[in-house]
Design a binder for this molecule. Structure first.
Ligand SMILES: C[S@@+](CC[C@H](N)C(=O)[O-])C[C@H]1O[C@@H](n2cnc3c(N)ncnc32)[C@H](O)[C@@H]1O
Length: 285
């Protein structure tokens, strides 16, 4: 049985959350070229313990399955659309993102590689007299690992994939202010005072404490991640956003906040139910 709920927010945005396998879901619910932005994070085949999904397939089976859903995403993505694919790894298996990328390149062009930085250390002695940095700064969330061989894993990839590799982006919409205001004139940013943020995005988890306590899902991304991807693509060009691996609905919440229509698929009932509750709460705000 397919569970499906539709929500409409005060700002007029619709969210359709479907408990269904994403491949059959995309076939049933979406016509060719109807999605402008896909933001998603599939299971990484790293043995994460999900309720209702086995993350321990052989690598070959996993990559074949990736190819199958990528084929459907290619069909539903509009010609000038963007797919933002978030993939992480683990120290003992660092190749997954690259193997997955190789599969995606059968269908898409790689337009940008973004590093989602979860934790960063900035030493005062290394930056010198930099405005605002008055002491060593260590910010963000990471899972400490006990190893002499591996480093703590503080980042994941966001591969920005498009049909032809030439989609215009709204870079300044996620831009950052010039630290040295004299650069505003020198590098001319149209008077906005902003410059391109670049491809290293520091996005910490929202509420680290409560996430650790509650953990309704073992592998979420923060709502700020899909928000930033959609903003970079340019919301005025977006009629529909899709997440084939909805989880507990982070992409859907981003769209509810931004007043953008959304559709997402999640195979596990518990996560789908949680996503419905979270989206409903977000829409009430
Ligand atoms: C990495 S998580 C996504 C988490 C999501 N980004 C969030 O922030 O909540 C991947 C999700 O894909 C779901 N999943 C696995 N196979 C699926 C399938 N065939 N169709 C739809 N969802 C699936 C898993 O249950 C899991 O919740």
């Amino acid at each position: 049985m397919v569970n499906c709920k539709q929500f409409i927010s005060n700002n007029g945005a619709e969210a359709k959350l479907v408990q269904q396998d994403c491949i059959s879901g995309m076939r049933e619910h979406l016509i060719e070229g109807s999605v402008d932005v896909v933001v998603t994070s599939p299971p990484y085949n790293l043995g994460i313990s999900y309720n209702g999904y086995d993350d321990t397939s052989s690598r070959e089976d996993y990559l074949n399955w990736m190819n199958n859903w990528a084929t459907e995403v290619r069909r539903v993505l509009s010609d000038r659309g963007s797919l933002f694919l978030n993939v992480g790894s683990k120290p003992t298996d660092p190749l997954v993102p690259f193997q997955l990328l190789e599969v995606m390149l059968r269908h898409f062009k790689l337009q940008n590689v973004i590093h989602w930085v979860k934790s960063i250390a900035i030493m005062k002695s290394e930056v010198g007299n930099y405005p605002g940095i008055t002491q060593d700064v260590v910010v963000g969330h990471y899972k400490p690992i006990n190893s002499k061989r591996f480093l703590n894993d503080c980042h994941e990839y966001i591969f920005h994939l498009t049909n032809h590799g030439d989609v215009s982006l709204d870079r300044l919409s996620v831009g950052v202010p010039y630290q040295d205001k004299t650069n505003v004139e020198r590098w001319s940013s149209g008077g906005s005072g902003l410059h391109c943020r670049g491809n290293t995005w520091f996005i910490p988890y929202e509420t680290i404490q409560s996430r650790d306590k509650e953990r309704p899902h073992p592998a979420t991304f923060p709502v700020a991640l899909p928000s930033r991807c959609i903003t970079l693509h340019g919301p005025k060009n977006v009629k529909l956003v899709m997440d084939p691996f909805l989880g507990i609905g982070s992409s859907a919440i981003a769209c509810a906040d931004m007043g953008i229509n959304f559709i997402g698929f999640e195979i596990t009932e518990d996560y789908w139910t949680e996503s419905c509750e979270r989206v409903e709460r977000a829409m009430e705000l």
